[in-house]
Ligand binder design. Structure first.
Ligand SMILES: [Mg+2]
Length: 130
């Protein structure tokens, strides 16, 4: 028997309304979302669990999204796990933010408020590269 495993997504945003809508949207789309309100919380959740995708806000108190991405990559390296694909969520069409995210090698961006069809397309592409 062949079963398809539901993809687990770690979604981080300091805005409670965005977290709620991410959670509903991702569930509705057939994924298993786990939401975190900060990078610090996300790193606690990450330890010992498998995630298929990371979706993170950039501007947050405490660790920002860039720091979260670097910390998650470092965690995967230390744990000898495969790197987790990354999507950045940002409300700001800010070229400087975009540049620093791209410098980290992240190519998947979603501007908030997100459009469902665009978000799904980027999710699918990130989960199934090529
Ligand atoms: Mg924010």
């Amino acid at each position: 028997m062949h079963t398809t495993k539901v993809k687990r997504i770690l979604a981080i945003d300091d805005d409670g309304l965005v977290r709620k809508s991410l959670e509903l949207f991702l569930k509705e789309a057939g994924y298993e979302p786990i939401v975190a309100e900060s990078g610090e919380e996300a790193l606690r959740i990450l330890s010992g669990r498998h995630f298929d995708l990371l979706v993170t806000d950039i501007r947050m108190p405490g660790m920002d999204g860039l720091q979260v991405i670097q910390a998650v990559r470092e965690y995967c390296r230390q744990m000898k796990k495969n790197p987790i694909p990354e999507i950045v969520l940002t409300a700001y069409n800010d070229e400087r933010v975009k540049e620093s995210v791209e410098r980290l090698g992240v190519r998947n961006f979603i501007l908030k408020p997100f459009r469902a069809d665009e978000f799904l397309r980027i999710l699918e592409r990130s989960l199934n590269p090529c």
